[in-house]
Design a protein around this ligand. Structure first.
Ligand SMILES: [Cu+2]
Length: 235
């Protein structure tokens, strides 16, 4: 009887405990001399140029934070996940057109997740989405069109977004079939949570510098592992 009571107590504790899966986090850094990114000449459209009077907008191929941490790197679980289907998040992802640049420069979403495409500039932009696995589209967003919603039904890497009105505008979109990914901000930090115990291949991708991978093992629930990546001109 006492034994049964104890197992009941143990069982209820287990059921009440929050799901404590593991996580991988890390920092992406640039190593070596920092190349100066070219200024984007927006003179062709004065409305765009006006947004950047104090400081010219620069190419976002390489965006670094303090300590040469790298923004716009997509970190994802490349292999090791269970054979399972994950639902997309209910919240839409957002891609804005602001100051005649795309914000963010790299956007990762899930299959069938709504993507809100905003036009904060209030001028004509068009969103030329050059998808290959999914159906691409060319969406005109005239002045007054502030929002459009789109989604992609299949996983696809490195979809290029371009604006034909402003040739310097370029962004990347990646569509993933699982939620285990993170795009770095200027602090270069990423975190991928809710990983069940197991061994995973973690991949860091940069638009020009390609990919790097690391193997990470989550030993038990609550385990927290680190994977740091360094990019440089020669890698
Ligand atoms: Cu544009």
């Amino acid at each position: 009887m006492a034994k049964q009571m104890i197992s009941l107590v143990v069982l209820s504790v287990l059921l009440a405990a929050p799901l404590a899966a593991g996580e991988v986090s890390g920092t992406i850094k640039w190593e070596g001399k920092v190349p100066k990114m070219k200024a984007l000449r927006m003179d062709a459209d004065p409305v765009c140029a006006n947004h950047h009077q104090e400081e010219p907008a620069r190419s976002e191929v390489l965006v670094l934070g303090e300590g040469q941490t790298m923004a716009n790197v997509l970190v994802r679980v490349k292999s090791g996940l269970p054979d399972k289907k994950w639902d997309p998040p209910k919240e839409a992802a957002v891609m804005d057109q602001k100051g005649c640049t795309y914000v963010p420069h790299v956007l990762a979403v899930m299959v069938n997740q709504d993507i809100k495409i905003l036009n904060s500039d209030g001028i004509l932009h068009n969103v030329n989405v050059q998808a290959k696995v999914n159906r691409g589209f060319n969406l005109g967003m005239p002045k007054g069109t502030t929002e459009a919603v789109r989604k992609f039904s299949r996983a696809e890497d490195k979809i290029v977004l371009k604006c034909n009105v402003h040739p310097w505008m370029k962004a990347y979109l990646v569509v993933l079939d699982h939620p285990f990914f993170s795009v770095t901000g200027k602090d270069g930090a990423f975190k991928i949570a809710d990983l069940a115990p197991g061994t995973y291949e973690i991949e860091a991708w940069h638009e020009k510098l390609g990919t790097q991978t690391a193997k990470v093992t989550i030993g038990s629930d609550g385990d927290s592992q680190t994977a740091d990546f360094t990019f440089s001109r020669n890698k």
